[in-house]
Ligand binder design. Structure first.
Ligand code: SAM
Length: 278
């Protein structure tokens, strides 16, 4: 069966361009174009949107994003071996795919796009969390993007959507849910990837809220949350004692028991505490 874009199947692309997967680059490829189209659809209606994709690899998800109608895709790939395969996709979708060769951690990519912007990626696991935290903590809010649709290891996806009282609840959940609606939209077994990773994966969809859910200074909130979860087994009064001499009073005022542990504290309470510490 020929693909909707007239391009060869991904297994052929990999074979003809010699794209054997490299572990050091977090390469676990998606070769099923039905699946990549399904992931692209989780990003919502892409017509009229610019899309940033990190790590297109042989281009399965890139093809999904373009076929689903993205106005433009900006794809940044560190592995130069993938560039010829991506050039073939650019040819099949004139003026809609721009490929940048480089490291996503070292480039200012969002300023190259025209809003509205969606970010969609099957992220390399070794840089996924770092990129997510950067996208969640820009200097100004609302950010330059509207939605993030990102593949993570299942365990990381669960940390993003976790609620208080669960083991997965921590810094990522607070940062993500403070300014976004976040949910897991798709779960994938290791066998969906080539080569299969050791663990399961999941796609998380985050939608930026126009305003943070509760008022707080971002830097203070980040400091409080980092201190609280760095020593998550300690009581809040112990893990935060360096932040203020009267931390117990402030915890009480924020509605937090000083003897509670960070994983019991709600987002609203963390924000109340950050306001008191600002
Ligand atoms: N999107 C492709 C797919 O779904 O089949 C490939 C996904 S693979 C998990 C991750 C991709 O990110 C690889 O192509 C890898 O070369 C690329 N990559 C790894 N680190 C990167 C970085 N720092 N900047 C840009 N791309 C990177």
């Amino acid at each position: 069966m020929s693909a909707i874009d007239g391009l060869p199947p991904l297994r052929e692309v990999i074979a003809s361009h010699g794209l054997s997967a490299r572990k050091s680059l977090g390469q676990n490829f998606l070769l099923d174009l039905n699946l990549t189209a399904k992931i692209a659809r989780q990003a919502g209606d892409l017509s009229g949107m610019d899309v940033l994709e990190v790590g297109p690899g042989p281009g399965g998800l890139t093809r999904g994003l373009l076929a689903e109608g993205a106005r433009k895709v900006l794809a940044v790939e560190k592995d130069t071996r993938c560039l010829p395969a991506l050039a073939e996709i650019a040819e099949a979708y004139p003026d809609r795919l721009e490929v940048i060769s480089g490291d996503a951690l070292e480039l200012d990519l969002l300023s190259r796009l025209t809003p509205p912007v969606a970010i969609c990626a099957n992220l390399p696991y070794n840089v996924g969390t770092e990129l997510l935290v950067r996208w969640l903590t820009p200097e100004a809010w609302p950010p330059q993007w509207q939605t993030l649709t990102l593949m993570f290891q299942r365990e990381v996806a669960e940390r993003i959507v976790a609620t208080p009282g669960s083991k997965a609840y921590g810094r990522l959940a607070v940062l993500a849910q403070w300014r976004c609606d976040a949910r897991i939209v798709l779960s994938l077994p290791p066998g969906a990837f080539t080569p299969p990773p050791k663990v399961s994966s999941a796609v998380v969809h985050l939608k930026a809220l126009p305003e943070p859910r509760f008022e707080a200074d971002r830097k203070v909130l980040e400091r409080v949350v980092a201190a609280a979860f760095n020593q998550r087994r300690k009581m809040m009064r112990a893990s935060l004692k360096g932040l203020a001499p009267d931390i117990e009073d402030k915890l009480h005022t924020a509605g937090i028991l000083p003897t509670e542990r960070a994983e019991q504290v709600s987002l609203e309470q963390f924000c109340a505490l950050a306001r008191l510490l600002a």
